[in-house]
Design a protein around this ligand. Structure first.
Ligand code: ZN
Length: 151
């Protein structure tokens, strides 16, 4: 899919904003699960901590270092899934993944702010940066242990 100039501009502003001022970039006091992620193509690394109470993600935080896109994606991901059930968060990842890989000209409205990442579908190398934090989340929610990689 191709993006109109408006979405493209929004994407650039958004990545800069979240890349510079990431939300939820902190350690949690009481994480119930955690995961590590690594994107060897770009060198992005993330440590994710999640607090799940009664099947709902009540708190989430990430640490690590990576490019602006991976940082912005992690920042947005934490905002998007906080307060959602584990099932809702995993379903959201499926939709997000379909959009950033360009598999689906999905219903961008249903993704809210995440829709700006549709921009990365034009840059296959960047898809891994955008999805690293989500793969790590999926891993953490499904038991953790392994390091999630984008390969
Ligand atoms: Zn990256």
């Amino acid at each position: 899919m191709s993006l109109g100039p408006e979405l493209r501009e929004l994407y650039q502003e958004f990545i800069l904003d979240h890349g510079k001022n990431p939300r939820n970039k902190r350690a949690l006091a009481h994480p119930t699960s955690s995961g590590e992620g690594y994107n060897p193509l770009c060198g992005d690394r993330i440590t994710l901590q999640v607090q799940v109470d009664d099947g709902v993600i009540t708190d989430i935080g990430f640490q690590g270092s990576g490019c602006a896109i991976s940082t912005a994606a992690a920042s947005t991901m934490t905002e998007a899934v906080k307060g959602k059930s584990v099932d809702e968060a995993l379903a959201l990842f499926k939709r997000f993944h379909a959009v950033v890989t360009g598999e689906e000209a999905a219903d961008l409205d249903s993704l809210g702010k995440l829709a700006v990442f549709a921009g990365v579908s034009e840059f296959p190398m960047r898809v891994k940066c955008a999805t690293l934090s989500w793969h790590t989340l999926e891993n953490a929610l499904q038991g953790g242990g392994d390091v999630a990689t984008t390969e």
